[in-house]
Design a protein. Structure first.
Length: 183
């Protein structure tokens, strides 16, 4: 993610007809050029991020599709509870630096409160913080884990899945981990 601005700037200097930006690269592409057309996919609110003026009339040089991931968090929580109905405590791995991270957390907390479900929030926005978040679960009995829908977590899915703490978490009685990198 740290290299995206430089890569987008380099790409904007080349003779390209359009830039297709996915996986979090849309903001870097938008910052790199105001003239080359950008087609994006995003899990964030494209208006809030300044990519487009409105969904009906995007304006500027960017257009694309957005899935407002924060609005789906409560539904993902309900699905986890269908799969693991006896889950007393559900962990949530959230990236607080992701533009939709705070909204995802708010939606998750609201959804959990409405159904009387306890959640334990694990914040991580770097590789080291992912390991530290998993390590912190050793003193808390988490029955399931929701992983925030972020480009950073998607890019770190191998680290998340292979973490020794994740392995220990996965093999605890009644433990489960989301196989997808989505909250």
């Amino acid at each position: 993610m740290d290299t995206l601005p430089a890569l987008a700037a380099e790409l904007a200097q080349r003779p390209v007809d359009a830039i297709v930006a996915t996986g979090g690269a849309h903001l870097a592409a938008k910052a790199a050029t105001s003239t080359i057309p950008i087609v994006f996919t995003s899990g964030s609110d494209a208006i809030k991020e300044g990519l487009v003026a409105s969904f009906n009339r995007p304006g500027g040089n960017a257009t694309g599709a957005t899935v407002l991931s924060a609005t789906l968090v409560a539904k993902r929580l309900a699905i986890v509870l269908e799969l693991i109905p006896r889950a007393a405590l559900i962990g949530a791995l959230i990236d607080p630096t992701f533009s939709e991270g705070p909204a995802q957390l708010t939606q998750l907390q609201t959804g959990a409160r409405e159904i009387g479900q306890q959640i334990h929030v694990l914040n991580a926005s770097t590789e080291n913080e992912i390991d530290a978040a998993f390590a912190s679960t050793s003193s808390v009995h988490i029955d399931a884990l929701l992983i925030g829908a972020t480009p950073f977590f998607r890019g770190r899915r191998n680290q998340i899945a292979s973490s020794r703490h994740a392995m220990a978490f996965r093999h605890r009685p009644k433990a489960a981990i989301s196989p997808r990198a989505g909250c």
